[in-house]
Write a protein that binds this ligand. Structure first.
Ligand code: NCD
Length: 320
């Protein structure tokens, strides 16, 4: 089994389906009265977070605890040491303390790769979001959510072939968009990016996705099975990418009128945290077609599956 999960592109189709299948088993555990497996007893998982996070950090913490691992939360935000040095020092400290897995989130793209290609750490490494680059476990939990919405309890073994997914909004700054593109391609889905030109990367020609510059037209013409709204990542914007929030909400925001145009079977996703009233309105976010809270719940099962696969891959058959 793999030792690092740095990019959604690291996973083959079979590996992806296997992780999603293991997550199905974990979801069953999460519905039991005693939501705990002894599998990772004696293992230490370190959450190394250099950037703000609510759901991802808590989700990884809960996932590790439900597998009986010891968990250390290290929140390094605000450290005054220069980035390279502080990362090396921190990593070596964690290694000396015997970390079996390090889950890292960092504002700089490529940090998880730096850690994996250094010899500072021997344990498993999971990228929990590096700058605008990737967020592979988010893509896995999104794929899991799609599979479950479509196939219900018959999800095991299934991919997402032919599923039409529209990913809308701030693609430029979104690691969620990048990881979803890779994983959805692997699983056979059709990806459509819908964004103002200012919020698309300058040269996306090597992306296996169709680009659209009108949300209403895309909804009408493409009739997507899934619409994934992206957060407007104001903290990563060092310039003005759209004239005003009001205009953004009007042209690019998902709202009650746009909700009415969706096919009855289609659903609406958002990785959270949501800017309600900007990229998504309250009626849409709280509608039965919204999977926002399902995504959060599924995140725990998927992260349990990832930690399990990285730390005890050979025993993966146990929970299938
Ligand atoms: C995402 C992230 O941090 O990249 N959030 C998350 O992990 N739940 C998306 C976002 O911040 O917009």
């Amino acid at each position: 089994m793999i030792k690092y999960l740095l990019s959604a592109g690291d996973l083959t189709r079979d590996q992806t389906i296997e992780i999603l299948d293991i997550a199905e088993g974990m979801a069953d555990v999460n519905e039991r009265e005693i939501k705990k497996l002894p599998t990772l007893r004696g293992k230490t998982v370190v959450n190394l977070f250099f950037e703000d996070s609510t759901r991802t950090r808590i989700s990884f913490e809960l996932a590790a605890k439900r597998l009986s691992a010891d968990v250390i939360n290290f929140s390094a935000k605000g450290s005054s040491v220069s980035k390279g040095e502080s990362l090396k020092d921190t990593a070596q400290t964690l290694e000396a303390m015997g970390a079996d897995a390090v889950v890292i989130r960092h504002p700089a793209s490529g940090t998880a790769n730096v850690l994996a290609h250094s010899n500072w750490i021997n344990g498993a490494i999971v990228n929990a979001g590096d700058g605008t680059h990737e967020h592979p476990t988010q893509a896995l939990l999104d794929a899991f959510t799609m599979r479950k919405r479509i196939h219900g309890s018959n999800s095991k073994g299934k991919a997402l072939d032919g599923l039409k997914v529209a990913i809308v909004g701030d693609v430029l700054h979104s690691r969620v968009a990048r990881s979803n593109l890779l994983l959805l391609n692997t699983l056979g889905a059709e990806v459509h990016f819908v964004a103002p030109p200012t919020l698309l990367p300058a040269n996306p020609s090597n992306w296996k996705a169709t680009l659209h510059f009108s949300l209403d037209e895309t909804l009408q013409v493409e009739k997507p099975d899934v619409v994934m709204m992206l957060r407007v990542q104001a903290e990563r914007m060092n310039a003005s990418f759209f004239p005003s929030e009001r205009e953004y909400a009007r042209i690019w925001g998902f709202n009650a009128d746009r909700l009415k145009t969706l096919k009855p079977s289609a659903f609406l996703m958002h990785p959270g945290p949501m800017n309600r009233g900007l990229e998504i309105d309250a009626i849409s976010a709280d509608s039965p077609q919204s999977t926002v809270l399902e995504q959060v719940a599924n995140g725990v099962s998927v992260r349990m599956a990832v930690l399990y696969s990285l730390l005890s891959g050979e025993r993966a058959a146990d929970v299938k």
